[in-house]
Design a protein around this ligand. Sequence first.
Ligand code: PLP
Ligand code: ZN
Length: 554
Amino acid sequence: MQELFIECAGCGWREPYQKPRPACPECGGEWLDARYDYEKVRLKWDAELARKPFTMWRYRELLPLRDDVNLITMGEGGTPLYPATNLCMMLGRPHIYIKDERQGPTGSFKDRQASLAISAMKENGITEAVLASTGNVAISYSAYSAHAGIKLWAFLTSAVPAEKMREVALYGSEVIKVTGTYDQTKQVAADFARRKGLYQDRGIRSIAVRESMKTLAFEMAEQFGRILGPVSDAPWRAPDWYIQAVSGGMGPAGVWKGFEELLNMGLITHMPKLACAQVEGCAPMVRSFRAGLEKAEPVLNPQTLITTIATGQPGPAYPFLRRVIIENGGTFEMVSDEEAFRAMHVMAKMDGISMEPAAAVAFAALFKMVAQGIVKPDDVVVVNCSGHTFPVEKFLLGDDWARSVEVAAKAQAAPLPQEEGLLASLERLDQRVQRITIIEDNPEAVRLLRRVLQAHGEYQIDEAYDGKAGLEMVRQAPPDLILLDLMMPKLDGFGLLDALKADERLKEVPVIVVTARELTAHERKRLSGRVRALWQKGSFLSTDLLEDIEAVLG
Ligand SMILES: Cc1ncc(COP(=O)(O)O)c(C=O)c1O
Ligand SMILES: [Zn+2]
């Protein structure tokens, strides 16, 4: 078991990590950090790291998850670090490296975040969640939540490219297009989550989210130790610059904490400088930094084609990043859309690296920093190169893959107009009318059945983990269908069927049995005429079962 605490950055309040908290109980601060027993980890790490594969979970000892059984991984992290050879020559800076985050499971650095955040959701028993996103987070969370058996409601601004939205839909998430800015979209999502009593991802305010980004720092330091060799006694090595495009800024904020931990443990000798890049049409951090503001002035009407980072309200990372950059060197830089698109061309044509516009913003910023002499000839520079969307086959999903919410004719500042129309349309978003109860003692089987129902149908799902609890549940709220396991503690499936058939209110409720058991002739006879279908576990696809379910429910 890990020794893990959470600590308030504002007042120092601390407690052993049990479950995520929304805020510090002492001062109400929302910036809570995870703290570990670093000495212990340092003693263990050489042996641990020698035997673990190169994914982000090789740094498990410094990631906040209580139990490995909840780990949802698809091999994220462990991405290559290599020099942009031709760019190095063009700019006369021989040490420019690409951290190639395109090679994650969904093509962006957000896969690290999704792996840890979705694992944490699983650990906390969450089976349905709400998220607002400019695209990549929704794509990544959708993939991981499919894996985890979590239903996701993804609220996206209508400016997000259709390719990205289609990818979200392909993974089985509910896609809600919001005509409005990203900040308005976040508010609509929050309203929806509140009305439905659903968990909403807390983005940068969540410990899991920032902690996941540390793994970028761990990997780069380990990789540079090998590529460039260690500095003095420290086995690993930090770069001089870490450059990333930011909206909320969780990338650099997490990376910074990762390097701080490595410095604490004596694995590196210096901290890198951070460069946070934004587009001119939505650069609240850059402009606020230059104006000397401690709190960022939001941009109410982002004007950029690069929607992935069009966040007008930067949130709590800005004061953090500002302090780090003032104390340690570093910079906030902005570029125009045109400069970003030019950088995209240059990188593809000169180094064979095709990236999405948001990542190109970081490269365009690097070009400026070199031109201004901010990046020195011997500096070791890393650029986070992220994000690509695979073109989801247009005809796979039909026309009916998203729903729409109109916020207002013209994008405008918060607060949202709380008109009837918006509330009514939020209400209409969730049209699940049919209720299905899963009665099954194996949690993995429940997760699979839940996912079948979540991803393909609009059903209200109840779950019970033994026959007795299942019977009580359906007595309280008779469902439209029961998915029933046979071998269960307390009351088995046969006994439960007997009880249903003896109950006037429940005897007509259709039952589909899903069992691992090879049935005897006698058992088959006991079921005959009482169940609508019988499926053997491990012998059917989700679509087969759904066909039966749809047939039963009409
Ligand atoms: C490719 C890419 N770069 C940068 C960002 C900005 O992320 P952050 O939240 O770390 O500011 C995003 C966010 O989705 C992104 O997808
Ligand atoms: Zn506090």
